[in-house]
Design a protein around this ligand. Structure first.
Ligand SMILES: NC(=O)c1ccc[n+]([C@@H]2O[C@H](COP(=O)([O-])OP(=O)(O)OC[C@H]3O[C@@H](n4cnc5c(N)ncnc54)[C@H](O)[C@@H]3O)[C@@H](O)[C@H]2O)c1
Length: 319
């Protein structure tokens, strides 16, 4: 029986993951846990909702006991751009928070812990094109350091204690429901809002700054498929590269202009450019494809069309 806790539930990915998990496993079986931000009416009323602080083990434990949780999707984190502004907080939330989840996993004999990692585990010395699953992990951001630590800890707890820990390395995630929470790839969401509302956008990355990206429906399906994969087929656990598309701000602008021809984009790189420059341009996800059948559905063209349609409905219908 799946009794699932989602941490970071009010965030960009959590808000859509909770909806998908509730649809699949039943509303009452998926506990959404936020931190400080108020949940939407839909999240609060469609199933159980709690506030937790992942840096406090008691706070997580209270919810795990109350709902008899057996699976955690641990999404609570500080992302890359905010991570460079607040490295100490990032260490506490991303590393101590994950350690708390792992220890609770052992104490309550949880069936499974799912934790997204990120392309931020890679660094300037990593090969940039078609980056392999097994490669140099020397990130230069606190966020990246925390994600490498998370992957290594997850694999350690699996080998040493048999805790079923699984994770994917997400690229930048594009979505229409909830705004992103302070990462380096946020431009690829903001650009759509500005293109629809103002027909212009000032991008904080260079126009040729190519990064791997993924549309939210693929991201949600991917992590749920990995959770459901037969463990016998898994040679990796915490660190599956996951790819869908790669594009630069200029290529995304051109694709948006096919639907909104008057749209214009200016480029004014800021400190996030340095983070983007340390990340790969494209990702080799053959391990995920071979071991659990990963296959993305959306490319740049189909994602752009769907984003514009969804955001036009949201913006012009006022919800
Ligand atoms: N969005 C992306 O592009 C992307 C890419 C790669 C990996 N990821 C990973 O996916 C996961 C979810 O990312 P997201 O984009 O939804 O992030 P987000 O910033 O939108 O959401 C993270 C949530 O964590 C919560 N949080 C922060 N501190 C907390 C604390 N002390 N206790 C409990 N909750 C706390 C925040 O309130 C926020 O709602 C993270 O692990 C992130 O590293 C995201």
């Amino acid at each position: 029986m799946e009794r699932i806790l989602v941490t970071g539930a009010v965030g960009q990915i959590g808000s859509e993951l909770v909806e998908a998990l509730r649809k699949k496993y039943g509303n009452e079986n998926v506990v959404a846990a936020g931190h400080k931000t108020k949940p939407t009416e839909e999240m609060r009323t469609s199933g159980p909702f709690e506030f937790i602080d992942v840096t406090s083990r008691e706070s997580i434990e209270r919810v795990v006991k109350k709902y008899n949780i057996d699976t955690i999707y641990h999404l609570a984190a500080i992302l890359s751009a905010i991570g460079e502004e607040k490295p100490q907080l990032t260490f506490r939330v991303n590393i101590i928070g994950l350690y708390n989840i792992l220890e609770i996993g052992l104490k309550y004999k949880l069936e499974r812990i799912m934790v997204p990692s990120s392309i931020a585990v890679f660094g300037p010395q990593t090969p940039k094109e078609n980056t392999p699953n097994e490669t140099i992990l020397r990130p230069t951001t606190m966020y990246g350091v925390s994600k490498v630590a998370g992957e290594l800890l997850g694999d350690y707890y699996y080998r040493r204690f048999g805790l079923d820990f699984r994770g994917v390395r997400y690229p930048g995630i594009i979505s229409s429901k909830t705004l992103p929470g302070g990462g380096t790839t946020d431009y690829a969401v903001e650009i759509f809002y500005e293109a629809i509302k103002k027909k212009k956008y000032k991008c904080y990355l260079r126009k040729d700054s190519t990064l791997p990206m993924m549309y939210m429906p693929d991201a949600i399906r991917g992590i749920i498929e990995l959770a459901e994969a037969d463990i016998k087929n898994l040679k990796h656990h915490s660190d599956y590269n996951l790819a869908a598309m790669s594009f630069s701000p200029e290529e995304l602008t051109k694709e948006i202009q096919r639907i909104i021809p008057e749209f214009k984009c200016e480029y004014k790189p800021d400190s996030r450019q340095e983070i983007a420059d340390s990340w790969p341009k494209s990702i080799d996800d053959s391990a995920a494809r071979e071991e659990w059948g990963w296959k993305p559905e959306y490319n740049l063209q189909s994602m752009t069309k769907d984003m514009i349609q969804k955001l036009r409905e949201k913006i012009f219908k006022g919800f």
